[in-house]
Ligand binder design. Structure first.
Ligand code: ADP
Ligand code: MG
Length: 360
């Protein structure tokens, strides 16, 4: 038995602004989230993620703008009338209550009858596979179990929208990765609209249907994980999402030039401000100096780092520029790695030759 509903709602945010004594924590934010979508707000600390989530929940009153759930204006609705479940980094479980009482809390608040509370709590705990611990005390639970209980509490009243603010950041790496996949599966099963806050780009890439990248109270790009990674709108996004080196290039006669050579690129280069070549470590390969079909970069190996499943080779390109190449560790026979100080030629396919500007 588990909570099994396919109820969700769209979220439309328009021109949302929130200032704190003149400082814009949210600066004219507009974003549409589809019903049933898993959308992550990704940004470094202080970029406005929590403020936006709290505005959705109804705990922060924006100065201006509109928030609609399923087309209905929410700006003046109090939190308990918004039909949203919430989960935070700190579990915010009540330590003096047992597991049952914690999960039952939102139902009591909403005036559910005793028998229905019992049934729904059991269902919610079954969903997170903790129904066998229903009578236990909170203090007996591990970090991972507490986080699951917090999740059960967030979904127990079957909200159409689930808001999560860095819910996994207190867990160790292994447990965090397990929980990421569990949350994704839970979302697939329950189908509610999820807005998920994280500062961890890898977590956002792993979990989301789409990601909205925030900085300084603004949304900078909204796209699928793949597009964000392969087609960043500008240098800021390219550096924030995934590993990359951004190398300054010049434009001459409609051509991008680097190290005295023209680069073939599929990127739109006209009108770019301060263009940079974005190089991801896995897109590069070692080639010979006469290799066709590649853009060539020339440099000298500065470091070779063994990382278990892969090896990272750092290459100095001169003039203060450097790139890294990642190579999977395969059988020991094809692992002839260059040594420090060796001159190397690196190849980059035209379709991987990404050129971006400073700003969108
Ligand atoms: P994030 O969650 O991305 O780390 P926040 O939304 O918490 O960012 O904060 C965005 C900015 O707004 C920060 O500079 C923060 O200091 C400021 N801020 C947030 N809440 C308040 C508040 N209640 N009073 C004053 N400043 C605030
Ligand atoms: Mg925050």
């Amino acid at each position: 038995m588990s909570v099994d509903h396919k109820l969700s709602m769209s979220i439309d945010i328009e021109n949302l602004t929130k200032t704190y004594s003149g400082f814009a924590a949210l600066d004219d934010v507009s974003l549409s989230i589809k019903s049933g979508e898993f959308l992550s707000l990704l940004g470094s600390s202080g970029s406005g993620k929590t403020t936006l989530l709290m505005a959705l929940a109804g705990f922060v009153r924006p100065d201006a703008g509109s928030i609609r759930f399923g087309g209905r204006e929410m700006i003046f609705e109090p939190p308990h009338k918004r039909d949203v479940g919430m989960m935070f980094q700190s579990y915010a479980l009540f330590p003096h209550m047992n597991v049952f009482q914690n999960v039952a809390y939102p139902l009591k608040l909403r005036g559910y009858k005793r028998a229905e509370i019992r049934q729904r709590v059991e269902q919610a705990l079954a969903t997170v596979e903790l129904d066998h611990l229903i009578e236990r005390g909170i203090t007996e639970m591990s970090g991972g179990q507490r986080q699951r209980i917090a999740l059960a509490r967030a979904i127990v009243f079957e909200p159409k929208i689930l808001l999560m603010d860095e819910p996994l950041s207190a867990l160790d790496k292994r447990l965090r990765e397990t929980m990421q996949l569990e949350l994704r599966r839970l979302h697939e099963r329950l189908g509610m609209t999820v807005v998920y806050v994280t500062h961890d780009q890898r977590e956002a890439l792993t979990m989301s249907d789409r990601i909205a990248v925030m900085s300084k109270g603004k949304i900078r790009q909204v796209d699928t994980p793949l597009n964000l990674y392969e087609r960043p709108a500008n240098r800021f996004i390219a550096e924030f999402v995934g590993e990359s080196s951004c190398l300054p290039v010049s434009v001459e006669g409609g051509q991008i030039r680097f190290q005295g050579r023209a680069l073939r690129t599929a990127s739109q280069i006209s009108g770019l401000q301060q263009p940079s070549l974005v190089v991801r470590p896995e897109k590069l390969q070692f080639v010979t100096t006469d290799a066709a079909d590649f853009n060539l970069l020339q440099g000298r190996v500065s470091d070779v780092i063994f990382q278990g499943e892969s090896q990272l080779v750092q290459v100095d390109l001169g003039e203060g520029m450097a790139v890294a190449i990642r190579r999977p560790t395969r059988s020991s026979s094809d692992n002839r790695l260059p040594v420090r100080g060796e001159a190397v030629t690196l190849g980059l396919h035209m379709q991987d030759t990404l050129v971006v500007g400073e700003q969108a």
